[in-house]
Design a protein around this ligand. Structure first.
Ligand code: TYM
Length: 332
């Protein structure tokens, strides 16, 4: 059976972009079609300024939301990255495989480092090496497929390069994985700035729909979405990025194509109204289930405990193999 691995980092509240670009597919497709491992990748949340208590809170909330979204612990493995030491162990070997130059070319690093420097914050070394840890997350499990949104493409490409390079140098250890994306909404844009990604760590509100926003907040944000000048409801990301974004969100909610939907609307107002209602309906069952799970933290903890035990058992032999292949003396 195909093995899939994906992760979400607890740096902020989960967004509609996370859900449509990744989480929904893990629940609807990957856990049925593959042996799926889904991780709350908390070590990645330490690469930027962070508050320890908040990271802990967001990690538990992310795990509850994954279960609320329909991940079934009987079908897939849900766990917290820091509960499985193999990620950090393998990451070091991959740091010894990666080159400084290729890390500095990562777009997300360049953008985030520039932002931090602009406000006088220092840049953590782990922000530079973050994609290597991500590669370790993926490679530790012999992963075939990595279901992600479009913003992760470059990181998965790096993962492939590192797997191939390691295998060439030290003998075959790693499966070379490939990224998969949803048909629509692989890159949901900020409603206030449809040329930037809707992001949980950046956005502080008006352009970002959070999964736990109440219906009024969702309606307000969608109705105030920036659209383009003109009146035509056309699906064109270049010339009409705001409208194209709404069409993609609506299409993803109602399982249609954005091109077909575009023909049905004569005004931006009607499109916004239907999109707002579709998102409210999409989030309703998820929020209900999340409220139940939030009231039962012992259940969530148990799911995470069992998930980490299974993940550990899968990763340990593979990472041990990589240790031997690279030349480290096995402990007797
Ligand atoms: P993160 O936490 O930023 O996002 C989690 C997933 O959500 C997708 N996503 C989006 N998709 C569409 N539109 C958006 N606006 C949007 N925003 C986020 C992301 O593409 C991602 O699939 N580096 C990863 C976490 C990670 C990981 C891994 C992923 C760490 N190790 C191993 C896969 C495999 C990240 O920052 O995702």
């Amino acid at each position: 059976m195909t093995r899939s691995f994906s992760g979400i980092k607890p740096t902020g509240h989960l967004t509609l972009g996370n859900y449509l670009g990744a989480v929904r597919r893990w629940a609807d497709v990957d856990q049925y079609a593959s042996d799926a491992l889904i991780s709350v990748v908390d070590l990645h949340a330490l690469t930027v300024e962070h508050d320890p208590a908040r990271v802990r809170r967001l990690s538990r909330q992310a795990a509850s939301l994954l279960l609320a979204a329909g991940l079934d612990p009987q079908r897939c493995t849900v766990f917290v990255q820091s509960h499985v030491d193999e990620h950090a162990r393998l990451s070091y070997l991959l740091e010894c495989t990666a080159a400084d130059g290729e890390m500095r070319r990562m777009i997300q690093y360049k953008e985030k480092a520039a932002r931090a420097q602009a406000v006088g914050e220092s840049v953590r070394l782990s922000l530079l090496t973050y994609p290597v840890l991500m590669a370790a997350d993926i490679l530790a499990y012999g992963t075939d497929e990595v279901p992600v949104g479009h913003d992760q493409v470059q990181h998965v490409e790096l993962t492939r390069d590192l797997a191939v390079r390691f295998n060439q140098r030290y003998g075959h250890v790693f499966t070379v994985p490939k990224a998969t994306h949803p048909r629509v909404a692989a890159r949901v844009m900020d409603l206030q700035d449809p040329t930037s990604k809707m992001g949980k760590s950046l956005g502080n509100g008006p352009g970002v729909v959070f999964l736990l926003d109440d219906a009024d907040a969702v309606r307000r944000k969608v109705m105030r979405a920036v659209t383009d000048s003109g009146q035509d409801v056309a699906y064109d990301r270049e010339s009409h990025p705001g409208v194209a974004n709404l069409l993609e969100v609506l299409a993803a909610c109602v399982h249609e194509s954005p091109q077909v939907l575009a023909d049905r609307y004569a005004s931006y107002g009607a499109l916004k109204k239907d999109t707002a209602e579709a998102v409210v309906e999409l989030l309703r069952p998820l929020q209900k289930r999340h409220a139940e799970l939030a009231a039962d933290p012992a259940y969530v903890d148990e799911v995470l405990r069992v998930g980490a035990a299974r993940a550990r058992a899968l990763a340990r032999p593979l990472v041990d193999r990589a240790y031997r292949a690279i030349g480290l003396l096995p402990a007797s």
